[in-house]
Design a protein around this ligand. Structure first.
Ligand SMILES: NC(=O)c1ccc[n+]([C@@H]2O[C@H](COP(=O)([O-])OP(=O)(O)OC[C@H]3O[C@@H](n4cnc5c(N)ncnc54)[C@H](O)[C@@H]3O)[C@@H](O)[C@H]2O)c1
Length: 278
């Protein structure tokens, strides 16, 4: 590429003025997005609960991968708690300056059963993690903070194939993720007068902690479950996604120059799963 072309592309996608919060920051997709954003010039603050994978470890991994310790931060926070999130916003601002991007990547799936046997406690937990912790509470507090500060920020939510098509047996995940798509559109309209954009990325099937044992028979990942086989059969590209295939959409939606007039959309990154037909 000649230098004019390289400069043109760099200018369109540079994120050097971006300070990004990523919730679910110790998760698999968050780690991939964080690495890409730091490499593109942003500062990133990982927000994680610290239950399975401590946030400090996730930040250390990020520094090791990017070599930019001045751009990698972390805060331990349960995003299901309004008071925790209010405190986390203050800590984040003290560490890296006023954040101007929120990526809502907290969530996860648990439990699979016939509807008549669903465990209502697990249902509430999954709804809580994917909808309240996964969107409502961080969005409420961060958007209020931006409106008060006159910051024209951007939000990226994590939708799913189940936002569009119900996936069998995962009732709460279906309910939560279809609501995440609905609220992506609804909050895009609500916040547009403040210059705040709200979009989403809908990953197809990427192997993460949350779904590994739905897709593979055991932790060795040697053999697919029937569900894993069915998903691959219905994905025109015939495979699961690789986390790094999410970074182009992430950088695009974070860049005001590239996507400044785009709000209320969800971009499927799914190898064609949503357009599969017979
Ligand atoms: N992996 C996939 O195929 C896929 C597909 C579509 C959507 N998604 C969505 O992408 C997001 C990230 O998924 P992943 O595959 O990286 O999963 P993951 O399990 O690796 O990461 C999710 C993280 O969210 C955290 N979390 C959950 N509730 C929280 C809370 N109350 N407070 C703070 N953190 C909390 C978990 O501790 C975990 O670290 C989720 O919303 C998931 O539903 C994943």
């Amino acid at each position: 590429m000649n230098s004019n072309a390289a400069n043109y592309v760099a200018n369109l996608f540079a994120l050097t003025d971006k300070r990004v919060i990523i919730t679910g920051g110790a998760g698999a997709i968050a780690a991939t997005m964080a690495e890409a954003l730091v490499n593109a010039g942003a500062k990133v603050c990982l927000w994680g609960r610290g239950t399975h994978h401590p946030v400090d470890e996730a930040v250390r991994d990020l520094v090791n991968k990017t070599g930019r310790s001045e751009a990698c931060f972390g805060v331990t926070v349960d995003t299901g708690s309004e008071s925790n999130v209010a405190q986390a916003i203050k800590e984040t601002e003290a560490k890296m300056g006023v954040p101007n991007i929120l990526i809502n990547a907290a969530g996860g799936n648990k439990g699979k059963s016939p509807f008549t046997e669903l465990d209502t406690e697990i249902f509430k937990e999954v709804l809580e993690n994917n909808l309240l912790a996964g969107l409502v509470i961080p969005t409420k507090l961060v958007a209020a903070y931006w409106i008060a500060n006159k910051t024209a920020g951007a939000i990226i939510n994590l939708t799913s194939m189940s936002s569009y098509k119900p996936l069998s047996g995962v009732w709460a995940y279906d309910a939560a993720k279809s609501a995440v798509l609905n609220l992506t559109m609804a909050t895009a309209k609500e916040f547009a007068p403040y210059g705040i954009r709200v979009n989403a990325i809908a990953p197809g099937f990427f192997v993460g902690n949350q779904n590994r044992l739905l897709l593979y028979k055991d932790e060795t990942m040697a053999e697919l479950t029937d569900r894993g086989k069915a998903i691959i059969a219905r994905t025109p590209f015939g495979r699961f996604g690789k986390n790094e295939e999410l970074v182009g959409a992430t950088i695009f939606l974070c860049s005001d120059k590239a996507s400044g007039f785009i709000t209320g959309v969800s971009i499927p990154v799914d190898g064609g799963f949503l357009v599969d037909n017979v």
